[in-house]
Design a protein around this ligand. Sequence first.
Ligand SMILES: [Zn+2]
Length: 288
Amino acid sequence: MATQPQTKSFKVGKFAVSTIRDGKVVGEKPHETFGTNQKPEDVAAALEANMLAADKFIDSFAPVLIDTGSEVILFDTGFGEGGRVNGNGQLIAGLQSLGYEPGQVTAVVLTHMHGDHINGLMEGGKPAFEKARYFAGQVEYDFWKDPARAGTPAENGHKGVLKNIVPLVEKMTFIKEGSEVVPGIVAHEAFGHSPGHLIFRLESEGKGLFITGDTANHYVLSLQHPDWEVRFDADKAAAAATRRKVFDMIATEKLPFVGYHMPYPAVGYAEKSGNGYRFVPETYQFEL
Ligand SMILES: [Zn+2]
């Protein structure tokens, strides 16, 4: 069943920002993904206290498009063609519904190299965004491309990078803490979810926005309980420390953020609450 592309557009200073829903997946047994070091009943109780089902969860996927006026920059690429059998891989349809063709994308930026973020780079064995240059983390690339990943749990990720990243490497700029993608968009290291995971800070005309990628992947279980271990986090302790550092900063600065797996449209704020943070979805903030 195909999902109709959903998009949400707003302005941050002079940047036109759109989130595009690549799709969603229904997961079972939330405690086997979020809070793997907790009692299942405690995970269920946290979900029910937030009016969510205790036995299933939604994982949603939201690449971000930023039109700076001179560049059209895409952050992460969704599942691509391989996801369409399940109704995912809607990024390009979403782009087109916003009035862009893939050939207009001037840069593709990757937060990290998991399949739900990089599989949309190639389409029919060719680059999906044929005019784009690319930005990705040096640490992330060095980890996944290493042949030593063969025969380990990271083998599938290694193969995904060989298929989707290596063919583009000539057009790729490898970045690190403090690297500027374009004026007003700066990378910051937020390691843990993956070995070289990056977040991005946007600033334009006094307005700001963070793109937090997969720093937190469930708006209740990972924000209210940042220390709960997550199956997808490569280094569980580093991921938890990074969640606290990043969302402390976002809460303190009262800046909006886009989180790839936050409830679509994936834009909101974080406020300090209890031992963690409460996700505050955007409402009217971008309409004024
Ligand atoms: Zn992800």
